[in-house]
Ligand binder design. Structure first.
Ligand code: AMP
Ligand code: MG
Length: 352
């Protein structure tokens, strides 16, 4: 089970300070209305500050989560993605929302040179990492599945208000590295339109924020220290309108014969990426971008991620190497704060 990779101490702080000053200032209610449930394969927690009819809004937000999960999950047989994966190469009628997410996923795959690849569904089904049936597939199973991962062959078509998608025979989609980000974006739009003055959207490893905390100042996300107990942070990122997303091999894995197999696959090998990194955090105004990018940077790893980040200097990212060195890209420097004494910032902050 995947649990939150990023946790918040702002939420805790907000609760700690839940007494009069904020309510008395007549600003945001200091105590949030909270919705929590297991959704999207993870713990989801929505905290809403200062909204009228907060319970109703949270219920409506949960309806959005459930409806999108029912479209995008590989594991719900009636979902658009499961039907597409089972179609054996034919056109399948899907919702407009599904074509939109597939198009964004293909865009991110292009942008990352295929390090993020939404067409790894065949491989995910072989490994089943995160399920009790997880196993190490044979070399021939992996090479067969790898033949069907060319995401440039995904086709989308819209006609008279109806929407269709088609995969080459043998291909299956897995949107697990981008869907939570997409859902976070939808929730942020919905809750902002619904008048939320402050909110924390926590979808497992995907965090997003609206407005400001009741005590003012920016929201702050705590960055999970890789391999440490949940809730231990190595640093913080200030978020003014940014979603903050972390990917790491510690989030989901299984062990077999003394080897650890984690859930982020290298599309070049069909096996868990040998990254040299122990976590990647990306902050972006669009959560789907942050989500896909942190998975991609993890796949690129210690060797290739710095070159990519040098070419794309606007990416706000914090990378932790397996040795505990912390690489911070230039636009992340002002908003990232290292809080662990035993971890060191890389001499150059540009990911080099
Ligand atoms: P994340 O937790 O966002 O890094 O996403 C990891 C999930 O995305 C995995 O559990 C797989 O379902 C899927 N996935 C694994 N490797 C990749 C990859 N290289 N590109 C796209 N999706 C992937
Ligand atoms: Mg991701």
């Amino acid at each position: 089970m995947k649990r939150s990779a990023l946790c918040l101490f702002t939420a805790a702080a907000a609760l700690l300070f839940a007494a009069a000053p904020f309510a008395a200032r007549g600003s945001l209610g200091a105590k949030p209305a909270v919705f929590e449930n297991f959704r999207l394969g993870t713990y989801v927690r929505l905290s809403l500050y200062g909204a009228r009819n907060a319970e109703e809004k949270l219920k409506a937000a949960d309806d959005i989560i459930v409806s999108l999960e029912n479209l995008f999950s590989m594991n719900i047989p009636s979902s658009d993605i499961a039907r597409l994966n089972a179609a054996g190469g034919g056109w399948v009628a899907v919702s407009q929302e599904t074509t939109r997410l597939i198009a964004l996923a293909v865009e991110m795959a292009d942008f990352t040179g295929g390090a993020f690849n939404p067409a790894l569904g065949g491989l995910s089904s072989l490994w089943k990492i995160g399920s009790p049936d997880a196993r190490v597939p044979s070399g021939s199973e992996i090479s067969e599945a790898l033949k069907h991962t060319d995401y440039t062959k995904i086709e989308l078509r819209s006609e008279k208000g109806a929407h269709f998608a088609k995969l080459p025979r043998g291909m299956a989609l897995d949107l697990g590295a981008i869907a939570k980000g997409y859902v976070a974006d939808r929730l942020k739009d919905f809750l902002s339109d619904a008048g939320a003055r402050g909110a924390i959207i926590d979808l497992g490893g995907n965090l997003d924020f609206i407005g400001e905390p009741p005590r003012g100042g920016p929201w702050r996300a705590g960055l999970q220290r890789p391999e440490s107990p949940r809730g231990e942070y190595f640093g913080t990122i200030e978020s003014k309108g940014l979603s903050v997303v972390t990917s790491g091999p510690y989030e989901r894995y299984f062990e077999k014969n003394g080897m650890r197999y984690h859930h982020i696959l290298d599309p070049a090998t069909g096996r868990p990426a040998q990254s040299g990194l122990s976590s990647v955090t990306v902050a972006d105004s669009l959560s789907y971008r942050a989500d896909a990018l942190c998975t991609a940077l993890f796949v690129m790893g210690r060797r290739r991620a710095p070159g990519f980040l040098k070419k794309h200097r606007d990416i706000i990212a914090v990378l932790v190497t397996e040795e505990g060195e912390v690489l911070v890209t230039p636009p992340a420097r002002d908003i990232f704060r290292l809080t662990s004494d035993d971890m060191a910032l890389a001499a150059r902050g540009d990911g080099e």
